[in-house]
Ligand binder design. Structure first.
Ligand code: ZN
Length: 356
């Protein structure tokens, strides 16, 4: 008997879309398909962001942001024998790169490849202790020469690991890029659920699927300027510290299944923080609290500083093994994050300004 997958289709479609920073086409198409029908106004913009608005005449304007880009590789050089050399898109642990199946997005459709390096048997004792440099690895697409390779791929094509979504156990899922397809799902799904309610919220809710977060929060910077929100909540993933070799004295205490993580600190407007905590309480959602005394490593670091300043918050989904081909998330935390944002969106009153 086959078990039915328990993950929402929109989330699975986003997770399986290949969307390295700057090449987000597949994830844009998924967001368009699932969210456009529920928005009052839906815009595609020059940086590739997708901007879905519910209740455009509402006040205040609340922007919800989740990034649809992911880390990847980019083909930068093909040698005479047809092996592809690459640069990394976003922050990679180089120890993860070799020995993987990858899929290259090309003008003629996907091309399969393998990330190669010299086998362990062919290394001396010193080499074995080292993490390979980027130029000591390549992508092998089975080409026999440079012209043969260039008939199938082009310089600048991007690649992702060929790891799609699967359920692992119980409500735990594993995927290549929960960072931050999970967040993009949450902002889109929040808008969809608000659209299905009989009464619209006082606020205008703008769900933005942002691009190019992994290379410097670039889509969020432009989209926040364009949307010009009063409030913003960024939905990201954060490190679960409930696995071995993770010193909680350094990294704090966050666990899978513990609920969304609400951040506090200078990147966070204190009114937004208080309203998020209150929304969680009124909806009966478990949350975890994080203190971050610096600009967060999220789209919120850009959004907060746009124009005259935006009252910003960050809600994160705990995740193990970030930026590896096998990130683990508890789908119950994703669902609770949607419920939290629905409640928060409805709690904003016309008179709320975020001024403190
Ligand atoms: Zn992220």
């Amino acid at each position: 008997m086959s078990k039915k997958p328990t993950a929402p289709e929109f989330l699975v479609d986003l997770l399986n879309a290949r969307s390295p920073s700057g090449d987000e086409h597949e994830a844009q198409a998924v967001f368009d398909r699932h969210i456009k029908p529920h928005a009052d106004v839906y815009r595609a913009v020059r940086l590739g962001n997708r901007i879905a608005t519910l209740n455009p005449a509402g006040k205040p304007v609340l922007m919800l942001a989740g990034h649809i880009d992911e880390i990847g590789l980019m083909v930068t050089f093909v040698n005479k024998d047809g092996f592809l050399y690459f640069d990394t898109i976003g922050g990679h642990d180089r120890i993860m790169i070799s020995g993987r199946r990858v899929v290259i997005r090309t003008a003629n459709g996907p091309v399969k490849g393998v990330t190669g390096k010299r086998a362990v048997h062919l290394m001396d004792a010193d080499d074995r202790k080292k993490v390979p440099e980027r130029h000591e690895m390549w992508i092998d697409i089975g080409a026999t020469s440079k012209p043969d390779a260039l008939r199938r791929v082009s310089i600048g094509d991007t690649a992702t690991y060929d790891h799609e979504f699967e359920m692992l156990h119980g409500t735990l899922g594993v995927a290549r890029a929960f960072d931050d397809k999970a967040g993009a799902y949450v902002v889109g799904e929040t808008l969809r659920r608000l659209a299905l309610e009989k009464k619209s919220p006082a606020a205008s809710v703008v769900a933005v699927a942002t691009t190019q977060e992994e290379i410097g929060v670039r889509g969020a910077t432009a989209s926040a300027y364009g949307v010009d929100p009063d409030f913003a909540v960024v939905v990201e993933v954060t490190h679960a510290t409930d696995h071995p070799d993770c010193d909680q004295r350094k990294f704090g205490e966050f666990k899978l299944g513990g609920g969304p993580v609400i951040t506090r600190g200078p990147n966070i407007n204190p009114i937004v923080y208080a309203k998020l905590v209150a929304a969680a309480k009124s909806a009966g959602i478990p949350v975890q609290l994080e203190g971050d005394p610096r600009p967060t490593g999220t789209d919120a670091r850009a959004i907060q500083l746009v124009r005259g300043g935006v009252a910003s918050g960050v809600v994160s989904i705990p995740l193990r093994y970030m930026h590896t081909p096998s990130e683990i998330v508890d789908l119950a935390d994703i669902e609770n994050t949607v419920r939290l944002l629905v409640e928060f969106s409805k709690s904003l009153k016309k008179s709320d300004t975020g001024v403190w």
